[in-house]
Design a protein around this ligand. Sequence first.
Ligand code: C5P
Length: 242
Amino acid sequence: MAELLYEGKAKQVYLTDKEDEYIIHYKDDATAGNGVKHEQFAGKGVLNNTMSCIIFDMLEEAGIKTHMIEKINERDIRVKKVEIFPLEIIVRNITTGSFCKRLGVSEGVTLDEPIFEMSYKNDEYGDPLINDDHAMALKLVTREELTYIKETTLKINELLKDFFLSTNLKLVDFKIEFGKTKDGDILLADEISPDSCRLWDVDTNQKYDKDVFRQDIGNLIETYKAVLARMEKNNKEINNGL
Ligand code: C5P
């Protein structure tokens, strides 16, 4: 059994016999409010891994450098070893969530331009929102690294918006993470799934993401299955040239 390096809320990271590779294992846990709300949903890890792999493959094909090497099985992926920047990189296209709570603005307003936000990943201080100068002062990232992260994030936003729109879902906002290899390459890491993105149906604005769990407004597994089904249907149509 491989040695467990790190256990997060929804994933585990294992060492491998290769110095520059890790294995990430997806668990069935869902948490919200910095772990205050915590439940297990049978099959969630499989769904998240499946969706995240489809998305990372799409981004790689579009020229985004990611940590992904291969999907090993339903719950495990092999990835390049990176040191994660302690930053949650958030993009907002439509107002909702903490943005509305913090600033007292209405929900559901489409923004003229995407908003780029950063939080310092630090549970003790509640992942506080920080700006570029804070990140530099705390030596979390260099100016050059941050420039690359911002540019890449905005490209990812465009790619993800198009990808989800083709499944009739609007990309409201999302969180991503980046890491650095020992050679200094910056790679998109962690996962992209309905745990980390807000997705609303184009026609009805129905929520197809972790807000169904956060707000107790629906069945998480059925919701995630529906997102995957849309992604797979779309893939089939593309492959069939429809
Ligand atoms: O809560 P907030 O509105 O700041 O969330 C913005 C986006 O970042 C949402 O898509 C949410 O799912 C994601 N997020 C996340 N992990 C966190 C905080 C936010 O995936 N710890």
